[in-house]
Design a protein around this ligand. Structure first.
Ligand code: THU
Length: 138
């Protein structure tokens, strides 16, 4: 059975994960909470570097942590940031989400704090994926 999504609760976990951010360069702290199909939640926060381009987004930290633990079935991801509401996932994170969960629900925080739920298909239509590579080979 797939885990049931509680958008407000998952958003609260993303907000809490934000405290783990290492963002001395941008001061833009982001937290992500990834709900797995087994009900487990894996969190992540952004991790920056003196070599700016090496910054890791909160979403990809959470996804990498889950995948490295053998968990690849994602149901939803909530994202919260200290400055922007909503903090929509960057293009790279959308693409990485699509690799594992093309239809994942993305839960963002509206300006009034309420959850705003979107499907990844809305955020990244016409996804480039494994099948795109196979199709090319005929
Ligand atoms: N950031 C994320 O963690 N997730 C996003 O989807 C957008 C951007 C981080 C990267 C960097 O540490 C900071 O926010 C400013 O771009």
């Amino acid at each position: 059975m797939t885990a049931k999504i509680d958008p407000s609760a998952l958003l609260a976990q993303a907000r809490s994960a934000m405290t783990g951010a290492y963002a001395p360069y941008s001061s833009f702290c982001v937290g992500a909470a990834l709900l797995l199909s087994d009900g487990q939640v894996v969190t992540g926060a952004n991790v920056e570097n003196a070599s700016y381009g090496l910054a890791m987004c909160a979403e990809r930290v959470a996804i990498g942590t889950a995948v490295a633990a053998g968990k690849q079935h994602f149901v939803a991801i909530a994202i919260a940031a200290n400055e922007a509401s909503p903090c929509t996932p960057c293009g790279a994170c959308r693409q990485v989400l699509a690799e594992f969960a093309p239809d994942v629900e993305v839960i963002l925080e509206s300006a009034d704090g309420s959850p705003w739920v979107l499907g990844l298909q809305e955020l990244l239509p016409h996804q480039f994926a494994f099948d795109s590579l196979v199709a090319r080979k005929g």
